[in-house]
Design a protein around this ligand. Structure first.
Ligand SMILES: CC(C)(COP(=O)(O)OP(=O)(O)OC[C@H]1O[C@@H](n2cnc3c(N)ncnc32)[C@H](O)[C@@H]1OP(=O)(O)O)[C@@H](O)C(=O)NCCC(=O)NCCS
Length: 186
């Protein structure tokens, strides 16, 4: 068996390209293992894009043109406690700090036979998009996500490996999601 290719920013462009979801996007059979996320891409992502509810980016494999992963980005804001403000050195007289949210993220399972690290690459890319945004039009200090533990409790480990920390105030056993954040300038 061939070793899997690790997708990192330095080689990603060789294998993949980012495309913005559009009416002309052709969907190959996308399967991340969770039907809700598969259905969202095909049924709701474009409408959300047209209504300016979520901006969806597709990662397409260059050789096959198949969608390996997608993510939907939105603007966000998070409240920080006094302690958190001190931790991030953000001593401002207001509680709410701007963020960019990864509202949806999914990787097609069939790509994990050939590649590893696609999900991580998507997070790294979201971070880069936020940095670019900060240099041009709009400020965002954090990346945020509502980690979907209803479908997969392990997803928290994925986000923690990518530098996110859970918002412990919102952590209780009845939640379907855990709010997580990453300071993209720490
Ligand atoms: C979660 C998801 C995006 C991760 O993508 P991926 O390409 O498998 O992730 P990576 O290969 O970059 O994984 C990075 C690390 O996180 C770990 N990881 C990834 N998904 C994990 C999970 N579900 N549970 C536990 N660990 C996980 C990997 O083992 C890897 O660890 P390592 O670096 O020690 O080897 C993907 O599994 C997916 O699409 N899941 C279904 C949809 C979903 O749950 N989306 C998130 C909703 S909030």
């Amino acid at each position: 068996m061939r070793p899997r290719i690790e997708v990192i920013p330095e080689n990603a462009n060789k294998y993949f390209s980012f495309n913005i979801l559009s009416p002309s996007t052709t969907f190959s059979h996308f399967d991340c293992g969770i039907s809700e996320y598969n259905d969202y891409l095909v049924k709701d992502a474009l409408r959300s894009m047209n209504d300016h509810i979520a901006f969806t980016l597709l990662l397409a494999e260059r050789t096959t043109d198949k969608i390996a992963a997608y993510m939907s980005l939105i603007m966000d804001a998070i409240k920080l406690s006094l302690t958190e403000k001190e931790l991030h050195n953000l001593k401002y007289p207001f509680h709410t700090i701007p963020a960019m949210k990864v509202a949806k993220l999914a990787v097609d399972r069939s790509f994990s036979e050939k590649y590893r690290g696609i999900g991580t690459f998507m997070i790294t890319s979201a971070e880069r998009f936020a940095w670019a945004c900060n240099k041009t039009y709009c400020a965002a200090r954090f990346l945020t996500v509502d980690a979907d533990i209803e479908h997969d409790k392990g997803v928290i480990a994925f986000y923690e490996k990518n530098g996110f920390i859970p918002n412990t105030e919102l952590y209780n056993k009845n939640r379907k999601t855990i709010s997580m954040r990453k300071d993209i300038y720490s």
